[in-house]
Design a binder for this molecule. Sequence first.
Ligand SMILES: *[C@@H]1O[C@H](CO)[C@@H](O)[C@H](O)[C@H]1NC(C)=O
Ligand SMILES: *[C@@H]1O[C@H](CO)[C@@H](O)[C@H](O)[C@H]1NC(C)=O
Ligand SMILES: *[C@@H]1O[C@H](CO)[C@@H](O)[C@H](O)[C@H]1NC(C)=O
Length: 370
Amino acid sequence: MYFLSRYKDYTPLWSDVAALKQTSRQNVVRIIAALVLLAASAVLNVYFIYKLSHRWFTTPLDNYQHLNVHPIVNEAFYSSLAKPAADETAVVTCMYTDSYATAIANLGHSLSRVNSTARRILFYLPEHISDEALCIASATGFTPHPVSRIAPPHNGEGTHARFMDAYSKLNLWTLGDEGVRAVVHLDADTLVVRNFDELFALPFNFGAVPDVYVGSHGFALEFNTGVIFARPSTEVFRDMMAKMQTASYDGIQADQAFLNQYYAAEAVRLPYVYNANLAIKKRKPGMWEDLRNRTRIVHYTLVKPFLAEEDNSGKTVLDMHSLAENVRHRMGEFDGAFDEELQTWLEVWNETYRIYNDALTQCGSIKSRS
Ligand SMILES: *[C@@H]1O[C@H](CO)[C@@H](O)[C@H](O)[C@H]1NC(C)=O
Ligand SMILES: *[C@@H]1O[C@H](CO)[C@@H](O)[C@H](O)[C@H]1NC(C)=O
Ligand SMILES: *[C@@H]1O[C@H](CO)[C@@H](O)[C@H](O)[C@H]1NC(C)=O
């Protein structure tokens, strides 16, 4: 060490070598003490940064506790409101590929099961959807409604390959021209388990449920567009189309990213029961347990019972007769965390298939005819 070796060629002016040795021993002690202090300080720093980061990145949802068991909707107040006319309300879903046809048939029946009275509108891209798939998807109450594809801005640069058609969802806002005053959009991979008519009475223009990720992002501030409440308006639609081209945002998540940017500070945060994303169950099982008996809409994000691929790519169009087998095949994913929800989806599908057997069977003959 330099500190010690610096005395090597040094001729002391005094001859008290013992004292000199004493001094260098003291130096060694001081250096060791300094090193110990340094190490302790490093350890403390790591500890405090860890503690702080926990404070910064955890939400009350990560710290979820079983506290509030009261209903989500104030029934006394809600029943005092004048309800919108059924034909001024609509549930809309979008179909971009044939592989979602059976999911939409099941979604349609799940709406009937809870006595939903709103119009059911199925947006689809005629250039991508076969007659057979459209027949299946509309067998249980959805009315097909062709829409034009809305291309992602900047020629799709920065948009995830899977979401290239997803901006077409923004056609929702054109429904004002067809007399729809309140719309609930449901992704095709959702299943309705309780009636949600109260959403149509919201006095706001836009509402959605915050997103949830199983990874480090966790409970997010951004909303998920799987379930959207909106009051359609062509004027808003035109405004969106114009601003989409110039707004600055990370567009990898397509329409969801844009809507988060557009409604930014004005979106109403809806309770999680309106978009019970499977990711919640993985992230905070206790929260899922508490939501369970109030959940209106389950969102099959992580495992889609009607798709064959583990990555939910939807490349294969499953025959409606192989759905039971497919669900059995997909059980066990995520350590079986969603087996119960998959089972629920299948129970509803079995009912759908039984009740709409004639219509669904006829769809099958479209393919054999063409
Ligand atoms: C739907 O309506 C039927 C007939 O009125 C009723 O028997 C049933 O309980 C209702 N279901 C729900 C979920 O409200
Ligand atoms: C849900 O279950 C809890 C107990 O687990 C109960 O207190 C509450 O009343 C139930 N809510 C509804 C809407 O059934
Ligand atoms: C649904 O039907 C299939 C085939 O008909 C059957 O194997 C399966 O057990 C049924 N599942 C449920 C949950 O009812």
